[in-house]
Design a protein around this ligand. Structure first.
Ligand code: SF4
Ligand code: SF4
Ligand code: SF4
Length: 193
């Protein structure tokens, strides 16, 4: 005869089912929110930190300082398909800092140490300059200050880093505080599909 499930097993299945339904609901909500008509987004061709040709100018940090959230909803994102995987990435290293004993810049650029650097692919044990390096932004640490975006801009870099509003964090304020002060009017509403 088929063994009957115990009360504990039935309850366990019920809790797991409810959790999955809940997670599914959250995932659906977040994907709807990400595509939502009217969600705020940054035009990288307008933002001074990523706009080509805007060179020798101050970094704009308003995306980090003006959001109503204590940690801004804006993050830097590195497009790995565009990234040169450079040995000395000008967005990772402060290339104006003193050179250390290994002939590398002694300081990092990111004030929050939010960029991870790791060697990938075949590793040349004799010359690290021959290797490829992957640079990834840590979403938990980044506050969207834009310093790395400006530093990666062509011709110093390949413009692979840009700023994005993270829709799962953004409160979708009717009047975005950053948009209100953005000097480049780089904030736009997502027109939706
Ligand atoms: S406030 Fe505007 S110009 Fe400044 S970093 Fe943000 S999007 Fe760029
Ligand atoms: S935007 Fe600012 S905090 Fe974020 S990774 Fe770049 S330099 Fe660091
Ligand atoms: S809409 Fe509100 S929460 Fe979203 S980026 Fe703008 S100020 Fe921050």
């Amino acid at each position: 005869m088929k063994e009957q499930p115990t009360r504990r097993q039935v309850l366990g299945h019920a809790v797991r089912g409810a959790t999955l339904v809940g997670l599914g609901g959250i995932a659906t909500y977040l994907s709807l929110k990400a595509d939502a008509e009217g969600a705020w987004r940054i035009n990288p061709e307008a933002c001074v930190n990523s706009r080509l040709g805007a060179l020798g100018v101050e970094v704009c940090e308003r995306c980090a300082t003006e959001c109503v959230l204590p940690l801004s909803a804006v993050r830097a994102v590195n497009d790995h398909a565009k990234c040169g995987r450079c040995f000395v990435c000008p967005a990772y290293f402060d290339v104006k800092s003193a050179i250390d004993e290994q002939r590398m810049p002694s300081r990092k650029l990111c004030p929050r140490d939010a960029i991870e650097r790791k060697v990938i692919g075949y590793v040349d044990p004799d010359d690290p300059r021959n290797n490829l390096y992957e640079y990834t932004i840590d979403e938990k640490l980044c506050n969207g200050c834009g310093k790395c975006v400006m530093a990666c801009k062509e011709p110093a870099g390949l413009s692979s880093i840009r700023l994005e509003v993270r829709h799962i964090l953004c409160l979708d304020c009717n009047r975005c505080e950053i948009a209100n002060v953005c000097p480049d009017e780089a904030y736009e509403r997502n027109p939706g599909s």
